[in-house]
Write a protein that binds this ligand. Structure first.
Ligand code: B3K
Ligand code: ZN
Length: 853
């Protein structure tokens, strides 16, 4: 198994100027004819990628080629002595119904759909399937009109109709694009239609295509699409560039969605939403993913990536853009908190483990394994740091320069860097290390006050621990947004410092000795700040005018006291509630009216997995017991306050999904969790019955499933009966049980794995059960090892049909070094059992072997 290395990049021997595709579509046997207009670009033979294609014919400049003129193997078709200008025609047969990998052309329900990023197009036809080959496409489709009346592809529609029961359509995309952005849909779908006029007056027809009956649940997605189109014009001056924009929803989909030019294909989970069946979180996810895929039209499609090592060039940038969009729709501080919570829970953890990799990796076995939070979320932080360092105005001009210079081209992260450097005098050379160095920098600090000189000196130190293949780290260029507060918490100075050295001091002349320093405001860099005293954290939690840091100070404070309690528990002492934590939670409740959504975030105690990250040897049992004890003790100590908040915020209309209504529900549900811990399931049961929407219903159910007994059983039964026929809601029924703290969770997850509604071909369903289970650390790390075995069994089953999804679950076992020797042994044994399988996919092999290394 040979890795692909960035250092080996070579330009393609041929560019494809134009490609004409003809599809005779049928689920079991689809014929694809391709006509490629080739132009030499660099020395070498013509090499076309192709997998699982049955080659029917091949001709060059009109001459059929005998099999002595080409070499064909499992992955490619190579032709020597091709002229510098040539037309290549191939014809292949494929079987979409047998395609369980959901990459390439496949069936879902009764329809046919494609997913080509990153390397799915090679399963459709022979082609140089690499992003630096950009071609213009013309696509013709024919299919049985009774089953596939709707035929969609990229770009503009030239014609469509039905003749003798055969539907046909022809599409043309005027913009050159890489093969991974090709898309095709042939299905019996209906659409919600609308239109958008761009600021220069282009009228764009918008369509969201879904299964009959789902039209009514597309309104939110359509609204989000129009808001995104407007936002990108207002904020970045970027306008849509075709006359049609279609979105098609599909139930079986490996990813969340895909930004194919003019024809985004979406997992139904990120399109369909109404208050009855979708939670507030679902609504926000729809908004975010619609925006994300739309924004790719410029950052991804018009400007694409030279090779897959540059993946973060489009993904990090586009996540940054969707984060900014979302924070403009809702509360910026709450959005920042949610994003950082995710970054810490996933990316920081990966960065500290055996699968750590840089934002631009240097090598991979299987690129599908690199659609990670490092590429996406850390990549977004890297983009945000440019803006923090050079300023908003300069950043906006840098973006313009980047797009202007790389339009219709395949770019690298250096191109982005160069665009930013071109509009600032600040030396950004050192900044490139953010792309090349893996690991999360740790920051420590010292402060001193010189009374005579009236100067305050802040000394910052940075250190990044070794990661696989990178034993030595260099100091990074880190923007440190600080605020100096006086003794009563008022801000006396704010500034963004640039930390460049391993250790560096900054001196400020001030009218008075500062009371506290607030560091890394709004999380100005993806680092871990160490060494803040509890007194300092309590002060900042109460006073910091930077809302993010106020939240963070409380989180850090809570982590510190909960970890103390874990240590106490480990030596057999009883739990006692920290008074400072109680006071901080009480203050949050008192202030809740000011910003309910913020209060809801502040009330959530640090996640078990986050507490685990700060332990030398993780003790999942102790962490769980302590966190639960704290929730219960807080619920009891502040019972009246929680009750008051729960009553006070009960008035949001069930179908109101505005920011304030969502904030009110989030706050109430946070209170419900404390009340249930303290007083049992009565409140949750009442909310379950009275719930006017899915947010309230699911929150109630989440609290009810922790306690075995009739209340749980009847709620689960009622929920199942009501939603049996709605796949997305049934996913929630699976995950709520997999996340349960109840004593019988393991056996229930085992039973659900063979439930009639379990569907291994459907990634959403698999994630709903297994993904949710691995996000339940206490149960997954059950000391019997049964959780590990359950996971490994699933990986092995899934690896045969959908390696992309199977491999992802392996990462949960990659944390073995952090646990006690018994759990280490059990986790390693499962990794070894996975690796022992003959015919293991490259996907799973790469992650399992790296996890063990
Ligand atoms: N670019 C796609 C991801 C495709 C995933 C392939 N394994 C969605 C997105 O990030 O917008
Ligand atoms: Zn993306």
């Amino acid at each position: 198994r040979n890795p692909v290395n960035l250092a080996d990049y070579r330009a393609p021997a041929y560019q494809v100027e134009h490609v004409a595709l003809d599809f005779e579509l049928a689920p079991e046997a689809t014929i694809v004819k391709a006509r490629l207009q080739l132009r030499r670009n660099a020395p070498g033979p013509l090499k076309l990628d192709g997998r699982k294609l049955e080659l029917l014919s091949v001709s060059l400049n009109g001459e059929p080629l005998g099999d002595n003129r080409y070499t064909l193997d499992e992955d490619s078709l190579t032709i020597q002595d091709v002229p510098d200008q040539a037309v290549l025609e191939t014809s292949v047969r494929i079987n979409p119904a047998a395609n369980s990998e959901l990459s390439g052309l496949y069936t879902s329900g009764s329809g046919l759909f494609t997913q080509c990023e990153p390397e799915g197009f090679r399963k459709v036809t022979f082609f140089p399937d690499r992003p630096d080959v950009m071609a213009r496409y013309r696509v013709r489709m024919r299919a049985d009109a009774a089953k596939f009346p709707i035929l969609l592809s990229n770009g503009n529609k030239l014609s469509s109709g039905v003749e003798n029961g055969i539907a046909h359509a022809e599409w043309e995309d005027p913009h050159p694009k890489p093969s991974y952005l090709f898309a095709l849909v042939a299905a019996d779908l209906v659409s919600l239609k609308d239109e958008f006029t761009t600021r220069s007056g282009r009228k764009v027809d918008l369509g969201i295509w879904v299964e009959r009956g789902d039209e009514a649940r597309c309104a939110h997605a359509m609204g989000a699409l129009k808001r995104s189109m407007k936002w990108d014009e207002d904020i970045f001056g970027l306008e849509y560039d075709l006359d049609i924009f279609n979105i098609a929803a599909v139930s079986d989909f490996n990813a969340g969605a895909m930004e194919n030019k003019g024809l985004n294909i979406f997992n139904t989970a990120y399109v369909l939403a109404d208050a009855n069946s979708a939670t507030d979180m679902d609504f926000q996810n729809v908004e975010r993913v619609i925006a994300h895929e739309y924004f790719h039209n410029w950052t991804g499609d018009r400007v694409t990536c030279r090779d897959w090592f540059q993946l973060s060039l489009k993904e990090g940038l586009t996540v940054f853009r969707d984060q900014e969009y979302m924070s403009d729709q809702f509360s910026a501080a709450v959005k920042r908190i949610a994003d950082v919570r995710l970054l810490r829970a996933t990316q920081f953890r990966d960065d500290a483990g055996p699968l750590a990799h840089p934002v631009r990796p240097a090598s991979y076995l299987e690129i599908n394994n690199f659609y990670t939070t490092t590429i996406y979320e850390k990549g977004a932080e890297v983009v945000r740091m440019y803006r923090t360092i050079i300023g908003r105005e300069a950043f906006r001009r840098g973006m313009e320069a980047y797009i202007a210079k790389n339009d219709n081209a395949a770019a690298t992260v250096e191109d982005f860097w160069a665009a930013m450097q071109s509009i600032t005098d600040i030396d950004l050379k050192q900044f490139m290390l953010w792309y090349e160095q893996a690991g999360t920098p740790e920051i420590t600090f010292d402060e001193s006050w010189d009374d005579a000189a009236q100067t305050f000196t802040l000394t910052l130190r940075q250190r990044t621990a070794p990661t696989p293949g990178q034993p030595e780290k260099q100091p990074l260029l880190i923007p440190v947004a600080i605020g100096l507060l006086n003794q009563t918490g008022e801000e006396i100075h704010a500034e963004t410092l640039l930390l460049r050295e391993t250790e560096q001091s900054f001196t400020f002349k001030l009218p008075q000795k500062p009371g506290a320093v607030s560091l890394f405001r709004h999380f100005s860099a993806p680092v871990k700040l160490k060494g803040q005293s509890r007194a300092r954290l309590a002060f900042l939690a109460a006073h910091d005018s930077d809302l993010f840091n106020r939240w963070d100070a409380l989180q850090q404070y809570a982590s510190a006291v909960l970890l103390d309690s874990v240590a106490t528990h480990q030596i057999g002492q009883p739990f006692t509630l920290d008074e400072g934590l109680k006071d901080a939670i009480a203050a949050t409740l008192r202030d809740a009216t000011r910003d309910p959504a913020f209060a809801a975030e502040a009330l959530i105690l640090p996640m078990e997995s986050l507490l685990a990250d700060d332990m030398t040897v993780v003790d999942p049992d102790a962490i769980h017991l302590v966190r639960e004890a704290a929730r219960k003790a807080l619920g009891q100590a502040l019972s009246a306050e929680f009750h008051a908040v729960y009553e006070q915020f009960a008035n949001a209309a069930p179908d109101d999904v505005s920011g304030p209504a969502m904030g009110a529900r989030a706050l109430r549900n946070a209170a419900l969790s404390y009340l249930t811990a303290a007083e049992g399931p009565a409140f949750a049961a009442a909310q379950f019955t009275a719930a006017g929407n899915m947010t309230e219903k699911l929150a109630a159910l989440t609290n009810l499933v922790d306690e075995p007994g009739p209340a749980r059983e009847s709620a689960l039964h009622a929920f199942y009966t009501e939603w049996e026929h709605n796949r997305l809601v049934l996913d929630k029924w699976f995950s709520v049980q997999a996340r349960s703290n109840a004593s019988d969770t393991l056996t229930r997850v085992q039973a659900l794995a063979s439930h009639a509604a379990m569907d291994l071909r459907n990634p959403n369903r698999v994630r709903a059960l297994i993904g949710a289970f691995t996000a339940n650390p206490w149960k997954f790390h059950d000391k019997s090892g049964a959780g590990y075995k359950l996971l490994a069994d699933f990986v092995l089953r899934l690896d045969e049909t959908n390696p992309q999804i199977a491999a992802r679950f392996v990462t949960a076992l990659g944390l073995w070094r952090r646990f006690d020797t018994k759990r280490q042994g059990l986790m390693k044994a499962e990794l070894e059992r996975i690796l022992a399988r003959e015919q293991l996919s490259r996907n799973t092999y790469e992650l399992a072997s790296k996890a063990l290394a």
